[in-house]
Design a protein around this ligand. Structure first.
Ligand code: ADP
Length: 469
């Protein structure tokens, strides 16, 4: 059964139970009010008969003779039935409308006719008429000398109660019907967003289009929040899916270039270049370079994949000045016609992974060498400032166009693809940035076309939180 129908059923059932309880209460209250009105009247009638008998000159003989005077007002009316009994149960007088029938005695009275309290009972005559009967003692000088019984038909009250019952029943049925219809409409309105969620997610599954979003009706309610959560999740899935697609496209594109070069050189060798020593050496070198580039790229990709999966760093105190000196020497060896200089160098220690930090700095230095034409200059500096360690790699190279600056740290992004980039994979800066961030730092870049670029790595200094050393 659908939630909507279940909700409607629950709602209607609860209302039905409430209506039954309220109906039963109303019915019994009305019933007891009507009965007490009748009882009051019966009581005053019984009082009247009692007084009449007491007023007789000799009530004892009245009772003994078995002839009492009944109040004239109601004897012939059909409203009240009157019966006077002696204490032994014999009838002294019956009102005519009883036509010889005896009124039943209240159960309690059958054993104790001399009881000095009035009793009420409901009885059914042979004719099927329901009667309310009061049985009251006739007292004289504190003694019970007989019993007066006055009865009235309950048919009027029964009619009234039947009317009340009908009204309650019809009213309840109408209320239940309205509740069922209204409840169903309300449930449908409340569950409409769920329908939208189901339809949209179904559509997304069918079309595999993760760019769709579920419309949010009321952002503040529970379903609105659920919808927004699902939309956020869709957004994340969408960007992950796109990133994955981009990665697959980039990787296949990047691998195709070296493979094409290798394939071309192999063809060249097969066509006879083996005999020409210089050509053969060139072809073999190209094959070797491209293979090395592919290997670098694959190990870079592997590292980034591990980084995505939460690769653990082995942190220990690292002397950044010593590390920078190492990198500086390596840069000098790699530099052909570019000058590499060491600028200001403070002493500084960071909590870090030496190999990763070296890789970070080398990536920046390799880029600087790559994008700085002959005659240029590369300067490495290290400064401590306010608990931060700033390592800068500045070059006087080609610079980076402003529109590319926000993207250069993205995987496989290359500014100006026409520029040759021997050995480049477009992953160097992504890795550098991941390493900096994994150490609680970041990388800033400033660049001017034709004038050069400066990459600055900011790292938190070891123990800096306990005070600047
Ligand atoms: P690549 O392997 O292409 O160098 P990177 O991720 O290391 O990949 O760098 C991304 C892009 O940023 C490069 O393609 C280049 O356009 C630009 N770039 C990086 N460093 C420099 C630099 N020192 N000077 C000029 N451009 C740079």
């Amino acid at each position: 059964m659908s939630i909507r129908n279940r909700l409607t059923l629950w709602y209607t059932s609860l209302l039905a139970v409430s209506l039954i309880i309220i109906g039963a209460l109303v019915y019994s209250v009305v019933g007891s009010i009507l009965i007490s009105v009748i009882d009051d009247r019966l009581s005053s009638q019984a009082q009247e008969v009692s007084s009449l008998i007491q007023a007789e000159n000799d009530p004892f003989s009245v009772m003994a003779l078995g002839r009492a005077r009944l109040p004239s007002i109601d004897i012939f009316g059909s409203q009240y039935y009157i019966q006077i009994l002696q204490l032994d149960g014999r009838a002294v007088q019956l009102s005519e409308n009883l036509q010889g029938q005896r009124l039943p005695l209240a159960e309690a009275l059958t054993s104790d006719l001399a009881a000095d309290e009035a009793r009420y009972a409901t009885a059914v005559l042979e004719s099927g008429v329901r009667l309310r009967v009061i049985s009251a003692p006739i007292l004289l000088a504190g003694r019970t000398i007989g019993i007066v019984q006055v009865a009235a038909s309950l048919s009027d009250m029964d009619d009234s109660l039947a009317g009340v019952r009908r009204a309650l029943l019809v009213g309840s049925l109408i209320a239940l019907l309205l509740a069922a219809i209204g409840g169903n409409i309300l449930a449908r309105a409340a569950l409409r967003p769920i329908k939208a969620i189901t339809e949209t997610t179904q559509h997304i599954t069918d079309t595999q289009d993760l760019s769709q979003r579920i419309p949010v009706a009321v952002p503040t309610d529970e379903l609105g929040q659920l919808t927004e959560t699902i939309n956020d999740m869709l957004g994340r899935l969408d960007s992950l899916f796109q990133a994955q697609q981009r990665l697959v496209a980039d990787v296949s594109h990047e691998l195709r270039t070296p493979l094409t070069t290798i394939q071309g050189n192999l063809d060249l060798l097969r066509r006879g270049a083996v005999d020409d020593r210089a050509m053969r050496d060139d072809a073999l070198r190209a094959i070797s370079d491209e293979t090395a580039r592919m290997r670098r790229m694959i190990s870079d990709l592997l590292l980034l994949a591990q980084a995505d999966a939460g690769l653990q760093l082995y942190l220990q105190p690292v002397e950044v000045d010593t590390l920078l000196l190492d990198v500086y020497r390596q840069a000098q060896m790699m530099a052909k016609d570019v000058t590499v200089r060491l600028g200001a160098e403070d002493q500084a220690i960071v909590e870090g992974d030496t190999d990763r930090l070296r890789q970070l700095l080398l990536n920046l230095v390799v880029n600087a060498l790559k994008y700085t034409p002959a005659g240029g200059e590369i300067t490495l500096t290290l400064q401590r400032n306010n608990g931060r360690v700033r390592v800068a790699v500045a070059d006087t190279g080609v610079g980076i166009p402003a529109e590319d600056l926000p993207h250069i740290f993205e995987r496989f992004y290359r500014a100006d693809r026409s520029r040759t980039r021997p050995g480049g994979s477009g992953l160097g800066l992504s890795i550098a940035q991941w390493i900096a961030q994994a150490h609680g730092g970041d990388i800033e870049v400033e660049s001017r076309i034709g004038q050069g670029s400066t990459f600055t790595v900011n790292l938190p200094e070891a123990g800096a939180t306990e005070g600047d050393v």
